[in-house]
Design a protein around this ligand. Structure first.
Ligand SMILES: [Cu+2]
Length: 248
């Protein structure tokens, strides 16, 4: 809801477009925002915590609404349709290329064996030493485990994206996606069109405290960090990968 009010135009009578129910779907951001809400809901359900389940009340499940579809036909949509991930086609969309299989960490090099700069022209998987393990609640309240990817250089004229997974332990044939707890986040840059080729420089940081809790890997001395190039990364270089404790 907060997103709707932040994005809605405060100079409009009813915070159109995003800030009002009737008009929010006119803003393309609506669809990105709500896909993310579905993603977070899927994550929440997968945590294995008691009570993190789908609604079961038939009154709620069978409540319905009518909309016009893309052919201007009236269609009725039920609440139960909106919590059925198979209907939303999520699992089918998982593609083989996004697979980041890791069956053993033994053959994965530590990051200090890497020669920087590295070019992200393929999947890059390394073990990164953590500054502290098994922090207690008091320590966690003071500092976050943060993965820092520094000196990211890329062509500013291209769409660039890579994903970051940490402690991915999936087996052969399984697929890691942004719905899984091993997904730390992504780095993406939209092109500055009209420019001549210009290398741009950036950095990215990813909070790991909750990810390490969710994947039961808080006690491990090393985190296995996997960078997966998605688009435009053939000439993207990175100058440093490390994990630091960042005071809150
Ligand atoms: Cu909404």
């Amino acid at each position: 809801m907060a997103i709707h009010r932040w994005v809605g135009d405060s100079t409009q009578a009813s915070f159109e477009d995003m800030g009002n129910l009737y008009s929010s779907r006119y803003d393309p951001l609506f669809y990105a925002h709500h896909s993310n809400v579905d993603r977070m809901c899927t994550l929440w359900k997968s945590l294995g915590i008691q009570g993190h389940t789908k609604p079961t009340d038939p009154d709620w499940l069978n409540a319905s609404y009518v909309f016009y579809d893309e052919n201007e036909d009236l269609v009725r949509v039920y609440n139960k349709d909106c919590i059925n991930m198979d209907k939303l086609n999520r699992p089918a969309k998982r593609n083989k290329e996004s697979q980041v299989a890791l069956t053993s960490t033994e053959d994965v090099k530590t990051v200090d064996q890497l020669k920087f700069l590295v070019t992200l022209d393929g999947i890059l998987k390394n073990r990164v030493k953590r500054p502290a393990v098994n922090m207690n609640d008091a320590e966690k309240a003071k500092a976050n485990d943060v993965l820092l990817i520094n000196g990211i250089k890329f062509d500013g004229e291209k769409y660039v994206k890579f994903d970051v997974y940490v402690n991915d332990t999936l087996k052969e044939g399984e697929v890691t996606t942004p719905c899984d707890p091993e997904y730390a986040g992504g780095f993406a840059q939209i092109p500055h069109s009209g420019m001549d080729k210009m290398m741009m420089s950036s950095a990215a940081s990813f909070g790991l405290t909750e990810l390490l809790e969710d994947t039961n890997t808080e006690g491990e001395e090393y985190a296995t960090v996997t960078l997966v190039p998605r688009i435009g990364c053939d000439d993207l270089t990175i100058s440093d990968i490390k994990i630091s404790l960042v005071p809150i």
